[in-house]
Design a protein around this ligand. Structure first.
Ligand code: GLU
Length: 304
């Protein structure tokens, strides 16, 4: 049997909330229930938004929840050289091009919004610039690097959400792999890091489902195998609103104080569908009870 390696990859731009913890727990349970390895990666590419203090707090919270990782955590903020090397490969392949568009220009020129309501399909403005215009602009303007996407469907079978297919050209458009401020984009970093760490399964929130075809395509271009994917439901508050890092009342510290770790673990397992009641659970009990078949598909309203 292929050796399983799972991971949790938070972007600590604030304290982890219950949804993040549920995700960490599910990634952990899936890996451990198959006798696999489990890794942690701090996605702090944007050092401004993700200061070290939040990341360190996230590590402490995950440890307190009972997670153990099999290698020192990877910090994306320390890996610019690695991402640069892969951008270089994409540049040599002619798979990327510099993009000079501002956000406002893209909003104005973009085609119909794709499935997510915040994201626009990039209209391809800079894809076909004449070479001399491009060279001149590169001398005088800031630019991002965009990956040329094909006009074909890329699909996969998600363990929780089932079949998911996108035509990258129609649903997303050429996407950014390095931003104009110099930061490497999440899409590139996630694909490179998962591959270099030997990750075989990705468990994460359903809000990232639509990024997956882009990542599969990028992995193909770079010659990496694609991991399996499980996109788990998001947690909402009593009003059906998705949890966010600003929701301190459902932050780890408050809940830990209020209910204790075993009860909190049980609550997360229950919310996800793998634990039969909102009651205490040890990590081993959850590992034994874990099965993807039981995991809920739709957003879950928290009982507290
Ligand atoms: N860092 C991303 C987040 O916290 C998750 C990335 C991933 O799991 O692929 O939303």
């Amino acid at each position: 049997m292929e050796h399983v390696t799972g991971r949790f990859a938070p972007s600590p731009s604030g304290p982890l909330h219950l949804g993040n913890l549920a995700c960490a727990l599910m990634a952990y349970l899936s890996a451990r229930s198959q006798g696999g390895r489990f890794l942690l990666r701090i996605e702090d590419l944007d050092r401004q938004r993700c200061p070290r203090t939040w990341s360190e707090m996230a590590l402490r919270d995950l440890e307190a929840l009972g997670l153990e990782w099999d290698a020192p955590p990877i910090w994306q903020s320390e890996r610019d050289e690695i991402y640069r090397g892969y951008l270089d490969i994409l540049q040599k392949k002619g798979a990327v091009y510099p993009c000079f568009c501002t956000r406002a220009e893209i909003m104005q020129a973009s085609l119909a919004p794709n499935r997510g309501d915040t994201q626009r399909v990039y209209p391809g403005t800079c894809r076909y610039l004449p070479e001399e215009v491009r060279a001149e602009k590169m001398r005088t303007q800031r630019y991002a690097w965009r990956l040329r996407v094909p006009d074909r469907e890329i699909g996969f079978t998600d363990r929780v959400q089932g079949e998911y297919v996108e035509n990258l050209s129609r649903d997303c458009g050429d996407f950014v792999v390095r931003r104009s401020d110099g930061l490497f984009a999440y899409q590139l970093a996630v694909v490179v890091d998962d591959a270099l760490s030997g990750v075989t399964e990705v468990v994460r929130g359903c809000d990232i489902l639509s990024a997956t075809p882009r990542q599969i395509y990028l992995a193909q271009l770079l010659g990496f195998p694609s991991p399996t994917y499980a996109h788990i439901p998001l947690l909402t508050d009593a009003n059906g609103r998705r949890l966010a890092k600003r929701d301190h009342d459902v932050g780890f510290a408050v809940l830990r104080e209020r209910m204790g770790i075993p009860r909190l673990r049980g609550l997360l397992g229950y919310a996800m569908g793998i634990w039969p009641r909102d009651a205490e659970a040890s990590m081993q009990e959850l590992i034994d009870a874990f099965s993807w078949e039981h995991v809920h598909r739709d957003d879950v309203r928290l009982p507290c």
